[in-house]
Write a new protein. Structure first.
Length: 326
């Protein structure tokens, strides 16, 4: 596995500006803009004097540096240098250009040039992309991934919202390997006791937490009649201690209209997310004082697979069933 060949989303398409914008992806600054051929992502550094191209402007679909006016086409080649009496012909001083793709309302970029578009997770339900959200989370990428796959913190950090610490529920967790990832099926002996559980969880018989390459998390909630709701999280490393966070929620139209379900649940989701962001940042800040030396138990189901995935190692999933109280 090569984590540098992965595709990552950088923005909701509807939030993109017509002007050049800077994004940070895996420590690299990129400038993104749209021309007649579609979205273009390039190194945000003019090869002339290392000036950020994102501060420049577009001229007929080509980006112009705001310092000396050097102009580049969508493939990264110099098309114009102001003041030069002859056309610039050299091709060694071109601008690094990355692959882009629009998929499921998100703009995706891969830092490996000419890499065919691929993601390893399942598509979200067609026509059911009800709520899409993007924010930035300060913290370690591995800790963020673990947080959104970990059921054990929900009765403590989100006490009364997702679960209740005073009413732990016996839960069976079935760990299985899937293509390019790992999946855990959770079956609770009774529905979750928090606000969200009381609003929505009474219908749920079991749920899934999936981790696939590309830092994609899929949570699926099932009733006896099928999938009722999904939430996809994508964690995109930008620079040390900072990550883009995407969420895409879908819902079925059973029992109530999908949009009504999402409308009711979204404020509680955003409240839980604020609690998560605060906790993850506090954890990261503490890392700067006390380098992490984690002590884990079998309840920390996903952490070994997260660490292996981020190192580019084979996941080597150990399939087993365990019992826990959430």
């Amino acid at each position: 596995m090569n984590v540098h060949n992965q595709w990552y989303p950088i923005s909701l398409v509807k939030k993109m500006s017509k002007k050049p914008q800077r994004f940070i992806l895996q420590g690299q600054a990129i400038v993104v803009y749209k021309n007649k051929s579609g979205w273009v992502a390039q190194k945000d550094s003019c090869p002339h004097r290392n000036y950020p191209l994102s501060t420049g402007k577009l001229i007929n679909g080509e980006i112009q540096c705001g310092y000396h006016g050097w102009q580049f086409d969508g493939k990264g080649f110099i098309s114009h240098i102001p003041g030069l009496t002859q056309k610039y012909k050299a091709k060694t001083c071109s601008l690094t250009t990355y692959s882009t793709q629009v998929y499921e309302d998100l703009l995706w970029v891969c830092l490996k040039t000419d890499e065919p578009f691929h993601i390893h997770a399942r598509p979200v339900f067609p026509g059911r992309k009800i709520f899409s959200y993007r924010t930035t989370i300060l913290g370690d990428t591995a800790d963020i991934l673990e947080n959104f796959l970990d059921p054990m913190h929900t009765s403590i950090l989100h006490d009364g919202l997702i679960r209740s610490s005073s009413k732990p529920r016996k839960t069976k967790a079935e760990i299985r390997a899937i293509d390019h990832g790992v999946e855990v099926k959770y079956t609770e002996e009774s529905h979750q006791s928090g606000i969200i559980g009381n609003l929505f969880g009474r219908l749920i018989t079991h749920s899934y937490g999936r981790l696939t390459l590309g830092n994609i998390i899929d949570l699926e909630f099932h009733s006896k009649r099928g999938i009722e709701m999904t939430n996809r999280f994508i964690i995109v490393p930008t620079k040390p201690g900072e990550n883009y966070f995407f969420s895409q929620i879908t819902a079925s139209n059973r029992w109530a209209p999908a949009r009504l379900k999402v409308f009711v649940l979204t404020p509680f989701f955003l409240l839980a997310l604020r609690q998560d962001k605060k906790a993850i940042k506090a954890q990261y800040d503490n890392h700067q004082i006390f380098p992490p030396d984690y002590k884990s138990t079998y309840l920390d189901i996903m952490r070994p697979y997260i660490d292996r995935m981020l190192k580019g190692e084979a996941l080597k999933v150990i399939e087993k069933d365990i019992e826990l109280y959430t």
